[in-house]
Each structure stands twice: as structure tokens, then as C-alpha cells.
Design a binder for this molecule. Structure first.
Ligand code: IMP
Ligand code: MG
Length: 179
């Protein structure tokens, strides 16, 4: 049996929330330059939509971290697969991430980026999942909070699949064939 997908957040809801986040960021960083650090791969669609609504001088960089492999449960270990390339020292840096689950990835990333001594460091996370949160990481901009579940679509994947789905869906793996 294929996995079951249930729409949780529609295209329209995503679109209007991303516009609200962009408006807030435009206001908060007015008159300043910003470096966005997108977390690959999951944040690529969110970042693309968000950045096109920013009316600030913006530079964009990416980092790729890994903790999940292809399983739906974190291994607990975070490693850098691709580091940032722009100098971050004395810059205003905004991390753009898809989802926070245990918080391990963002906690690691926050410490790593603080090591570059930016002028400021904030985090914009599309989805704050309240289920686990082993580590408390302060999120400055949050798109949606969801109580639990494994989500796919709008950049989020399960085993590298479903990233292109335009809605955010809950994936049910009960009774599903192995991927
Ligand atoms: P954390 O380190 O447990 O907070 O996990 C963060 C990373 O795991 C995110 O950047 C995602 O790539 C991935 N992840 C966590 N929850 C989900 C989910 O529900 N769907 C897809 N990916 C997820
Ligand atoms: Mg991610």
C-alpha cells in the first residue's frame, strides 16, 4: 500500500503566511543589509518564496547539515555536509529552516554560526513541531506550529520524495510498503 498523504496546510495558507513573515522581516531589518542562510535541502522552496518578498539588500548563502539520513527519526548526530561560503562576521544573519523537530539541528547550527561572530543571528523556521523538542532553540520567526506528525511537501521530504508537493501534508506510514 502506498503511504497516505493528508493536506494539513494549503497553498493559500502558506502563501499568506510567507507574505506576513516577509513583511515582518522587512520591518525588523529596515535600513540594514541581511545575509540569509538557507538550510538545504528542505528550505529551498520556502527561502525562494520568502526572499522574493524582501525589500532589503539581501545576500543568500546555503548550508547543508545531516542528521536524518533517510529515516523518519533523527540519528541525534549533526554533521556539516556543505558549509556557508560568505563571510558572516559583523553581518546580520537570518537562518531559514524548514522545520524544527528535536531542535538538535538548529541548536548545532546556531552555535556554529555564532562562531563566525555575526552582528546578529536570528532564525526563521517555517514549521515548529511541538512533539519532541529535546533542545530549546529560540525561534524568531515561525510560519506554523504543528503538534505532531511527519510532514512532507513545500520542500520537506520523506526519503527524498514529496518535496515538490505544493501543500504541506501529513504522511502516514502505517500499513505502507517500505520505501
Ligand atoms: P531536528 O534536528 O530533530 O530538529 O530535525 C530537523 C531536521 O529534520 C529538519 O531540518 C528536517 O530536515 C528534518 N525533519 C524533522 N521533522 C521532519 C518532518 O516532519 N518532515 C520532514 N523532515 C523533517
Ligand atoms: Mg532540514
Amino acid at each position: 500500500m502506498p503511504p497516505v498523504l493528508k493536506t494539513l496546510i494549503s497553498r493559500e495558507q502558506i502563501e499568506s503566511r510567507v507574505a506576513e513573515l516577509a513583511a515582518q522581516i522587512n520591518q525588523d531589518y529596515a535600513g540594514q543589509e541581511l545575509i540569509l542562510v538557507g538550510v538545504l535541502n528542505g528550505a529551498f522552496i520556502f527561502l525562494a518564496d520568502l526572499v522574493r518578498q524582501l525589500q532589503l539588500p539581501v545576500r543568500i548563502d546555503f548550508i547543508r547539515l545531516t542528521s536524518y539520513g533517510t529515516a523518519a527519526v533523527s540519528s541525534g548526530e549533526v554533521r556539516i555536509m556543505k558549509d556557508v561560503e560568505l563571510p558572516l562576521r559583523d553581518r546580520h544573519v537570518l537562518v531559514v529552516e524548514d522545520i524544527m523537530d528535536s531542535g538538535l539541528t538548529l541548536d548545532f547550527l546556531r552555535r556554529h554560526l555564532l562562531g563566525h561572530r555575526p552582528a546578529s543571528l536570528r532564525i526563521c523556521c517555517l514549521i515548529d513541531k511541538l512533539e519532541r523538542q529535546d533542545v530549546k532553540v529560540p525561534l524568531d520567526y515561525v510560519g506554523f506550529t504543528v503538534p505532531k506528525g511527519f510532514l512532507v511537501g513545500y520542500g520537506l521530504d520523506y526519503a527524498h520524495q514529496y518535496r515538490h508537493c505544493p501543500e504541506i501534508c501529513e504522511l502516514s506510514l502505517e500499513n505502507a510498503d517500505p520505501q
